[in-house]
Design a protein around this ligand. Structure first.
Ligand SMILES: Cc1cc2nc3c(=O)[nH]c(=O)nc-3n(C[C@H](O)[C@H](O)[C@H](O)COP(=O)(O)OP(=O)(O)OC[C@H]3O[C@@H](n4cnc5c(N)ncnc54)[C@H](O)[C@@H]3O)c2cc1C
Length: 606
């Protein structure tokens, strides 16, 4: 038994493969890589198991983490070359010496733009429902509950279902668990918790105020019963996550929604230990998955749910068709099926029909959600008469505007201007609110919008730039620099008079310490030359809206009745958040809540 090593470049840094070999057989496969490669790490862990069970490197890469698992295989092949005497150990650990097997232009889900189709094609794998007799002998596999998707919503449903004693299986389309929830920071909103009291000045906040804010943010398009249920249930969801092993050690807020009164805003964003940054949502998904497995839950990867199965006599949902290794497998779900496949994020054809902002974003923004979210659950539901709700709006943001996700980061002195050089929104509002305005202005004038600021702006609190990084951004063309407003207006193709008027007006507001136009409070300081402009381009974290549900997460049909045996949770469900995303932690709050509700309803004798 000997140990050999090889090294290759991964997406987040070098990956070292350490193989224990005996007569060409791999007895043990280990990896050294940066732990901040959260999603890649999930893939590599699965790959190591695959290699050890096959005792060979002749295995497929893990979908959803193809870049990292390809890099590991490259490193491992270098290690095998050392064993065969074809490469020295020193060369195998040299990143500049490569084997010709690392070609793959796909990337991990966290930066998946290169595998996202931008054509107007329906990227969904969903097919028409199958109607059949409810006879167990006609099915390939028998379960109480089938869950489509292993993001936070699917996993929460799974935990409650398995804890409720139901034989539960998750079918996951990707090769790793977690979906977009992995990519998240895992922060979650709730009001009135002991953590909020401990870590913020909001000692008397209540779920009622939380519900009132969310209802107002829904602008008349949310189902108020869902919103109230979510706000009232949020504190218990936090305690549930604590019981599962997460430890909350920080609570903060999001920037204001301009038309909502101050008394309804509060610091409600709960962050668990080692959470808060993109990718640290894996801690949440792994915590849920561990508990699910502990309660004898099962999960299968690379196994998309492609169709619902309905009882031919009653039209209740009694199972699902899964595609496994190119074959269709009929799985019976005695209690029901939970659709937790998120929204239409990467489906241009559906987005065109259902969500114009998402449709715009697919071609013009950076999509950060998992490319496997192609609206499958929404199509499967609609295919059997489910109603849809709350479609429209996105979780759009840009970290450079300052007020990214956290109200402790102020907005720098800058203005957002439209194609005719005028301001159009309160810039220090919560990110998706001003991003909706950016989208609307872009459409209205058929011209891009810009963030305009001055040299001194970048030394203000909350600035995303240092003078060096600004210089680099100017050189790369990301930021446009001009000595005068006339020059800037010409470079960004807006009317000079309007741009000059806008900046003059802004500077007079700054001098008077009052934004008489939009009521902005933060970064109210003069903007002076040299001037800078950055084209507003969103990072899109997901699309809003999905299947209509009730407070038990049962899917509702177009006539207002629950469809027996069918549930939806998280971003696959709609009506609880829409139009624009009110602030960080709303999505995770929703997915945990509705997932749990579905699992609990299934476990109760429904
Ligand atoms: C970078 C980033 C940071 C974010 N940070 C936060 C945050 O800190 N707090 C917050 O509240 N929100 C955050 N969000 C938003 C939030 O993460 C998502 O809205 C939420 O996690 C979606 O959860 P979900 O369970 O509904 O869907 P997902 O987590 O996307 O899970 C859906 C799963 O379904 C699978 N699937 C799709 N189709 C099928 C099929 N046919 N069969 C089987 N499986 C299928 C997918 O592969 C995926 O695993 C962030 C988003 C991003 C991109």
């Amino acid at each position: 038994m000997d140990v050999f090593m090889g090294k290759a470049q991964g997406f987040h840094g070098p990956i070292t493969a350490k193989l224990t070999l005996e007569n060409d057989k791999i007895l043990k496969a280990e990896s050294e890589h940066t732990k901040s490669a959260y999603i890649g790490d999930l893939g590599i862990q699965r790959l190591l198991k695959r290699i050890e069970s096959e005792q060979s490197l002749d295995v497929d890469v893990i979908s959803g983490a193809t870049y990292s698992t390809n890099a590991y295989l490259t490193a491992a092949k270098k290690a095998v070359s050392v064993a065969k005497g074809k490469l020295s150990q020193e060369d195998a650990l040299n990143l500049n010496i490569s084997l010709e097997n690392s070609k793959d232009n796909q990337v991990d889900t966290v930066s998946s733009a290169s595998i996202t189709s931008h054509d107007e094609v329906n990227t969904s794998v969903a097919r028409e429902a199958v109607y059949m007799s409810n006879n167990p002998d006609l099915f390939d596999e028998l379960f109480d509950v089938v869950i489509a998707g292993s993001g936070g919503a699917g996993l929460s449903a799974a935990v409650e279902s398995a804890r409720g004693g139901l034989k539960t299986i998750i079918f996951e389309k990707a090769g790793i668990p977690g979906g977009t929830t992995n990519a998240s920071g895992g922060v979650i909103q709730a009001a009135g918790t002991k953590y909020q009291k401990e870590f913020t000045d909001f000692k008397d906040d209540t779920p009622k105020k939380h519900a009132q804010l969310w209802v107002k943010a829904g602008e008349g398009r949310v189902d108020e019963s869902l919103v109230w249920d979510l706000a009232l249930g949020a504190p218990d969801n936090i305690e549930w996550l604590v019981e599962l092993g997460l430890e909350f050690d920080t609570v903060y807020g999001h920037a204001k929604i301009p038309y909502i009164t101050d008394d309804l805003h509060a610091d409600r964003i709960h962050q668990y230990k080692n959470g808060g940054q993109g990718g640290e949502g894996t801690l949440l998904t792994q915590t849920l998955l561990t508990d699910f497995i502990k309660h004898e839950g099962q999960i299968e990867y690379d196994s998309p749910v492609v169709a619902l199965i309905l009882d031919k006599d009653t039209s209740s949902v009694i199972g699902a068709v899964i595609e496994k290794n190119g074959k269709e497998v009929k799985v019976k779900a005695d209690r029901g099926v939970v659709l937790a496949t998120a929204s239409i994020d990467h489906n241009p054809a559906l987005a065109k029909e259902l969500n114009d902002q998402q449709y715009y974003d697919i071609s013009n923004s950076t999509l950060l959600s998992t490319p496997y979210d192609t609206g499958d659950g929404i199509i499967m539901g609609m295919g059997i008469g489910a109603a849809v709700s709350g479609l429209g709006g996105c979780i759009d943001f840009c970290s450079r505007t300052g007020n990214a996700t956290n109200n402790q980061i102020p907005t720098i002195p800058m203005v957002l201007i439209n194609g005719i050089g005028k301001r159009f929104v309160r810039e220090d509002s919560t990110y998706a609110y001003h991003y909706r305005a950016i989208f609307q202005e872009t459409k209205k004038h058929d011209a891009p919008t810009y963030m305009v600021f001055g040299k001194s702006s970048i030394s203000e609190p909350g600035s995303a730039w240092t003078s060096e990084s600004l210089k680099a951004d100017v050189e790369s063309g990301l930021v446009i620099k001009a000595e005068t407003l006339e020059e800037l207006a010409e470079k960004i193709a807006v009317p000079t008079t309007n741009l000059k008027e806008t900046i003059e007006k802004w500077n007079s507001f700054a001098a008077n310490k009052e934004d008489a136009e939009f009521g902005r409070l933060e970064g109210l300081k003069e903007i002076s030359g040299p001037y800078y402009a950055m084209l507003n381009k969103a990072s899109n974290l997901g699309s809003l809206g999905g299947l209509r549900i009730n407070t038990d997460s049962q899917v509702i049909n177009s006539f207002g009745q629950p469809i027996k045996g069918l549930y939806a949770a998280g971003l696959n469900a709609g009506g609880w958040v829409t139009g624009y995303y009110p602030g960080s932690g709303t999505a995770i709050a929703g997915i945990i809540h509705q997932g749990r509700k579905a699992g609990k309803h299934l476990a109760a004798n429904n």
